[in-house]
Every structure is written in structure tokens, then in C-alpha cells.
Design a protein around this ligand. Structure first.
Ligand code: DGL
Length: 268
């Protein structure tokens, strides 16, 4: 692994740009290669086997580009494909997912507490957060709720409207999330509704934005492996497996600024 090489980040689409944004904020000198699998989104409703097949194809692209680390920005892919990706990539690159850093954070801060999790059907159905947390601290209780309406709502820009507050309230008032002390936003898209979720709880519940925690973990891991650079030589690249004007517009929503996309098909 060469420290001059880029950081690879992938997601089912544009949502992972929230993670890329947090990484570029914390590590502005690193070159990022982002891959959004826009041809196959959403991952959240797909089977683990399908997500694994797409993820491996994407890793091939990122490895060909020489990435020193592959950051799985997608919660659904982290839940379904992390172990497989790690075995596949081997020693060619470091692999980081978006779940383990949050698990570490919970274990350090919420022993004996009840925590809520919202995410896609795939992420919640996999039970991976509960499994990983219980392995480290069985006193932490997790109440998980699949909230599948939130991704399309955010992609349509409805998270800015009042209607989104009714949908958020309907989900968060579920019995499953009763008496929680913190809520994990377990999906790439949810940082965009963080303010509304925080408002719902009147700031009495810590709302955990995994993108910031993951960016901090990435920095730590690169540092430990002597892979941080001081000055980049190349610009970031944003690749997608399908391209439409609405995908390009969505980059502004998730990355803060609109970025140009390059088409890179996974299968010809
Ligand atoms: N990126 C996905 C995740 O974080 C959300 C969108 C999708 O379902 O593909 O789970």
C-alpha cells in the first residue's frame, strides 16, 4: 500500500457522498475516488447475495485504481458484504465499514443504556448492529426500526418540507424506539434529516451521525498504518455506474456542492 494512493469510497448511489463529504472535510489533502452504483440502487431492499455481487465488482474498480483503503460508505453494503469484501481484498487495501466505528462509539459511551437504530430493511434485517454490540457489551439494548420511506423522501427533496416531519414523527414514535438514550442514523441519507430528528427529541436523545464517526476512524486507521499524506497531487474522482441529470443534481444535496460524475459501467 502506497500512501500517495487514493481513498476509495463506495455506496449504492449518491447518498454515500455524505460520508465522502465528512472525509474530505477531515482529510482535505487526501485524494478520493468515489463510486456510486447508481445503476443498481437502492441496495436497501435487495438480498445480501445481490449486494455482495455488486460490492465485489466495485472493489475491483477501486483496486484497479490503486486505492490504499476501501471505505464502504453504504450501511446496507456494510451489513451484507463487509466480511466478504475483507476476504476478497486481502492485503491489497485496508477495508473500513460504517458500522464498526459506531459500535465502538456505543460501547464506549452507552453501557447499560437503550439505543435506537433506524436504517434500510437490509441493514435492520441483518441484525448486524445488535450482534456486534452484544459481542462487546451485552448490557446495551438496541431497538431497531426499518424506515424505508426516508430514502425516497430525502431523494425527492421532501426532507425540507413539513410533510417530512409527519413521516419522521410516525417512525420515531414507534414502540421499538421508546425510552432510548441515543439514536443511530444508520443510513447514508439520514444526516440530511439530523436536525429534524434532533428537534423531534427536543435534544434529549443523542442523534448519532455515523458519517462523522467513520471519517474520524478512517483518519485514525490511516495514521496507524502510516498512510496519511500531507499534500495531494490529483483531484477527486466521482464515478457512477449509470448517469442521469438527477444523479448529478443529487450530488449537491449530499456533498454540499455539485460535483461532475463520470460514467463507469460495472458490466458492459
Ligand atoms: N446507501 C444505502 C444505505 O446506507 C441507502 C440507499 C439504498 O437503499 O441504496 O443503507
Amino acid at each position: 500500500m502506497n500512501k500517495q494512493h487514493p481513498i476509495g469510497i463506495f455506496d449504492s448511489g449518491m447518498g454515500g457522498l455524505t460520508v465522502a463529504h465528512a472525509v474530505s472535510h477531515l482529510l482535505p489533502e487526501e485524494q478520493l475516488i468515489y463510486f456510486g452504483d447508481s445503476a443498481h440502487l437502492p441496495y436497501g431492499d435487495k438480498s445480501a447475495a445481490t449486494i455482495q455481487a455488486y460490492s465485489i465488482k466495485i472493489c475491483d474498480v477501486l483496486l484497479q485504481k490503486g486505492c490504499k483503503v476501501i471505505l464502504i460508505a453504504c450501511n446496507s453494503a456494510s451489513a451484507a458484504a463487509y466480511e466478504l469484501i475483507k476476504a476478497y481484498v486481502g492485503s491489497k487495501a485496508l477495508v473500513i465499514n460504517v458500522i464498526d466505528p459506531v459500535v465502538e462509539y456505543l460501547v464506549s459511551n452507552f453501557s447499560k443504556k437503550k439505543i435506537g437504530l433506524i436504517g434500510t430493511k437490509q441493514t435492520v434485517g441483518s441484525g448486524v448492529y445488535e450482534y456486534q454490540v452484544k459481542l462487546k457489551d451485552s448490557s446495551i439494548q438496541i431497538g431497531s426500526l426499518a424506515t424505508p420511506l426516508l430514502v425516497p423522501m430525502i431523494e425527492e427533496g421532501f426532507h425540507r418540507n413539513e410533510i417530512s416531519e409527519a413521516i419522521i414523527e410516525e417512525y420515531l414514535s414507534s414502540e421499538t424506539l421508546e425510552a432510548i438514550e441515543a439514536l443511530i442514523l444508520g443510513c447514508t441519507h439520514y444526516p440530511l434529516i439530523k436536525q429534524k430528528v434532533t428537534k423531534y427529541y427536543a435534544e434529549n436523545v443523542e442523534v448519532i451521525d455515523s458519517s462523522e464517526i467513520v471519517a474520524a476512524t478512517l483518519k485514525k486507521v490511516l495514521g496507524e498504518n502510516d498512510l496519511l499524506i500531507k499534500k495531494r497531487s490529483k483531484p477527486n474522482e466521482f464515478l457512477v455506474s449509470d448517469i442521469t441529470p438527477s444523479f448529478e443534481a443529487a450530488t449537491g444535496l449530499f456533498f454540499g456542492t455539485k460535483v461532475p460524475l463520470t460514467l463507469h459501467k460495472l458490466w458492459e
